[in-house]
Ligand binder design. Sequence first.
Ligand code: FE2
Length: 381
Amino acid sequence: MSPTGTWSYPTSIRFGAGRISEIADACQVAGISKPLLVTDKGLAGMEITTRTLDLLEEAGLRCGLFSAVDPNPTDLNSNEGVRAFREGGYDGVIAFGGGSGLDLAKVIAFMAGQTRPLWDFEDIGDWWTRANADAIAPIVAVPTTAGTGSEVGKASVITNSESHDKKIIFHPKMLPSVVICDPELTVGMPKFITAGTGLDAFAHCVEAYSSPHYHPMSQGIALEGMRLVKDYLPRAYEDGTDIEARANMMSAASMGATAFQKGLGAIHALSHPIGAVHHTHHGTTNAVCMPAVLKFNADAIRDRFDAAAAYLGIEGGFDGFCAYVDDLNASMGVPKTLTELGVDDPDIDALTDAALRDPSTGGNPIEMTHENTRALFEQCL
Ligand SMILES: [Fe+2]
């Protein structure tokens, strides 16, 4: 393969415990004087959110709050958020939360000044060039989970409320100008979410590392991201107040999303339609699918996972890595099958078609066909 690629690496990140105190300064640096803080319903009333709003008020910034965000955010959430942004006269967005809050916030900032409908900007070819880039509002991102990595991404996953397909909306200016990664914000996450989000970060690293595209920087970041998950996710799961573990998981999350510009693969291709139709937790769904996908890709990834296993201190090369993944899932109570996860009466053919339409499919090292993808779904169920 001839080494070619188009690379871009992430943004300004203020990393460390307590750095949420810099939120007002981060807004100033991003050019925001009247921010709309976008988060999900669950977080809206929580102490970390009210404290952040207080910090902004103390600094003299008049901040609004929008929290009508579904767990798998939709175009309807986006329309409502854009209306709130315009009516309130805001000039930037604070994206605050886990994957749903961050993704919807980025789309609201993006759509705030556009005149075309959302789906005109799906991540297909150069559709992003249809956008008026000057009208995109600046974004400060504050993750409160350690998984999605959306804080360092230029895209959002939004569910089409009519077709139930998960679509990717992409624009280079959807990349937050400033990110605050404060691990103290993740201390209150319940065990189930710590596991599910952490395993999402792990899936990003595993799929980026498996993708056949040429991107050695991503490859290194993905490998070190896997190590951080291996060393620190069990600690964060056991003791949510372990700040060192929480901090390293926050790094792993940003690293996973940085790495996956190299590509995702079958784990996400399967997980996206399952989540869109059956409303399962994204990271947990990935974790359930990972063992079957590793075996599905074995012929293409065995050598590189032999090397990864050696770096991670896992005996037995690729097979040892697969056994490690089974043990990791089991140690955090991840179900073994999608059925156990609550996927009831699935339309396997419709899910297969949706998986093959998913952009993650292109990054899988083994070509996904209707036949082998359907069989993979059946195995995961
Ligand atoms: Fe993911």
